[in-house]
Design a protein around this ligand. Sequence first.
Ligand SMILES: Cc1cc2nc3c(=O)[nH]c(=O)nc-3n(C[C@H](O)[C@H](O)[C@H](O)COP(=O)(O)O)c2cc1C
Length: 295
Amino acid sequence: MEGITTPTYRRVHKKYYGGIDKYFSPFIVVTGTHHLKKRETREFKPFEEKLVPQILTQRGEDFAWAAKMLKGMGYTEVNLNLGCPAATVVTKGKGSGLLRDKDKLKRFFEDVFSEGDLPDISVKTRSGFIYHEEAEELAEIFAGFPLKEIIVHPRVREEFYQGNPNFESFRIIKEGVNSPVIYNGDVFDVKRLKEAFLAEGKEGVMLGRGLLRNPALAEGKEFEPADKRLFPFLDELYDSYAEVLSGDRDILFKMKELWTYLITGFPDKKEEYKKLLKSATAADYKAAVKSILEL
Ligand SMILES: Cc1cc2nc3c(=O)[nH]c(=O)nc-3n(C[C@H](O)[C@H](O)[C@H](O)COP(=O)(O)O)c2cc1C
């Protein structure tokens, strides 16, 4: 998740919390120039264990270039983003925009898999662009290629992050392909994690916002406001951002963004949260965190 699950976040999360088999980078934009901006390069450099870099692009040839470059760095799996719903991405035919034209999507994979020396290729997809009924055709396309795994967030692009995940379209994809299919979408607590795992995702579950709300979710633990790891985790995250960002403002921006998720675990701390959002210095921010955590 752009700007949130950064290399810094992943490193500190890994130190305090377990249960995760692999982390996915926020999408890295790859264009025909085959030149990556510094900002994009930082998402996967230096090499990180357990990381699957994710690519956002509209041409198979460009995806293959990036996949091979990442393989050269030691990454054994690279993921294709077929889910991003943002208008600026979709209008360029990227992310979920690639799902709109099925012939183009098929050609995309043909172009990728016509190349040799690729790492494992996985995809993260929605179940359609406009309609969930598109799932059948998408499954047919995916079935034609040796995908390492298919992560399905069963919403269509039009839904962005609204409404409920559509389990029927998830199952259509799961039954129609030969690759392992991983469930993603609205897994916010352990009950749902277990249900999703048993009902939909025996091959695995991908967590997004749920892990930001509860960093211990992958351990199978419900959010625990008194979790002794929470303060050291947040403190080390702050200090680690201080090493790579310049100035309190940028660090506070990052921490406040994470808090928009974490605060769901503290429904009766509205006043304290307001102070946290207003904080302009490290000291004010840390005092607000302590008052929320009752330390
Ligand atoms: C702010 C934000 C950024 C996201 N960035 C990415 C991304 O870079 N790559 C990706 O595959 N999904 C991205 N997603 C989608 C999530 O991975 C996930 O599919 C979606 O939030 C539904 O799952 P969840 O309910 O577990 O969060 C993003 C979602 C949000 C809210």
